[in-house]
Design a protein around this ligand. Structure first.
Ligand code: ZN
Ligand code: ZN
Length: 371
């Protein structure tokens, strides 16, 4: 089977033949239908985040269950599933506190590039190839822990479902779960990529106002309004002043940073009103640290909320997001701006870095997007 392999930092991806071992105990083989082209994978390519090489990246995906390892009870062959890149064991300290993305069973495994038993399931000429977040969706099929397979109903197109596996859940979850924004509260979002657009529509869903989008690409202004922004601002020296002007001179109740740049995080903190919160959603490089005035945090009660995977509980939130999509309350079809075959994955990332697209999706042969 074909997969996009990263052999060297900096890339490019090499689409080549790889072997996939049989699923082990508690594991599932999933035939991928679609995989989202997410910026987080690019952080691995350029070395902002570290994983052992060679590795098959891709963490946003949906497909059909093909085969089960011993002891799997969560899914059956033929089930359409969304892959959850932060699987949870269900019984550790964090899982018991509804914070499954922090699961202490799976978090170290995600970072090691292996499965739970410390080994991988991909081989090239008999040599082990690392997995990404226990998945690896830039491949025609992958082995996933059963905890990473969330079954969905058959009416959902699988390219749409793939996006729910990361960008949609992260963005909408940042609003609903992490910040818990309420009707009438003001928000600003720095960065209108795949995650930022979903923060905007999550904010529209809960009746936030105003909803202020900030990006440096002129093409994003109209797109941001389409996804719920009441105001779209070109990023610049006046951005903070413009946000204040739209929020009674105070700053926004919640400011979301959806890029992962420390300079933007610092600018975003300046746009938070006293008593409000900065929400860190974007993936920053491993060794980055921003500078904030702790005096301001003290006297103005400004808070910082870390947001990992939208603070999601996937078994609760994936079905909830799909229900809202069916009801026309979340725009998911409109998120996809371009579809690519796996062979064009390098082109897909070039387009992502150009910044003129919403979300690119890799479509695989043999599995129809509508299941
Ligand atoms: Zn992602
Ligand atoms: Zn756990």
């Amino acid at each position: 089977m074909q997969a996009a392999v990263l052999h060297h930092l900096g890339g490019p991806f090499s689409v080549e033949e790889v072997d996939l071992l049989a699923p082990g105990p508690g594991e599932v083989r999933v035939r991928l239908a679609a995989a989202g082209v997410c910026h987080s994978d690019w952080h691995m390519v350029v070395g902002d985040l570290h994983r052992p090489l060679p590795v098959i990246l891709g963490h946003e995906g949906a497909g059909i269950v093909e085969a089960l390892g011993p002891g799997v009870t969560a899914v059956q062959p033929g089930d359409p599933v969304i892959l959850n890149w932060a699987p949870d064991c269900g019984h550790c300290f964090y899982c018991s506190r509804a914070q499954p993305a922090l699961c202490e069973t799976f978090a170290p495994v995600r970072r090691s590039g292996t499965m739970l038993d410390g080994t991988t399931r991909f081989r090239i000429n008999g040599e082990s190839v690392c997995q990404f977040s226990t998945l690896s969706t830039f491949a025609e099929a992958c082995i996933a822990p059963q905890q990473a397979c969330i079954p969905i109903q058959r009416d959902i197109p699988l390219d749409i479902a793939a996006l729910v596996g990361c960008a949609v859940t992260t963005g909408v979850g940042a609003v609903l779960n992490t910040a818990q924004v309420k009707s009438g509260e003001s928000i600003a979002v720095y960065g209108c990529g795949g995650v930022g657009l979903n923060i905007l529509q999550g904010a529209a869903l809960v009746g936030a106002h105003p909803i202020i989008a900030i990006d440096q690409a002129p093409a994003k202004m109209d797109i941001a309004r389409q996804f719920g922004a009441t105001h779209a601002l070109m990023a610049g020296a006046d951005t903070e002043a413009e946000i204040r002007e739209l929020t009674g001179g105070r700053g926004a109740d919640y400011v979301f940073e959806a890029i992962g740049l420390t300079a933007v995080q610092e600018a975003a903190m300046a746009a938070v009103r006293p008593g409000g919160a900065l929400v860190i959603v974007g993936v920053a490089p491993l060794d980055s640290s921003a500078r904030f005035s702790t005096f301001e945090m003290h006297v103005r009660e400004k808070r910082i909320l870390g947001c990992f995977y939208g603070s999601t509980v996937t078994r609760r939130d994936f079905p909830r997001i799909l229900d809202l999509y069916r009801a026309g309350k979340l725009k998911l079809d409109e998120l996809i701006s371009k579809r690519y075959p796996l062979e064009q994955i390098n082109e897909a990332y070039a387009d992502l870095l150009e910044g003129d697209i919403r979300r690119g999706v890799i479509l695989f042969d043999g599995v129809q997007p509508n299941g």
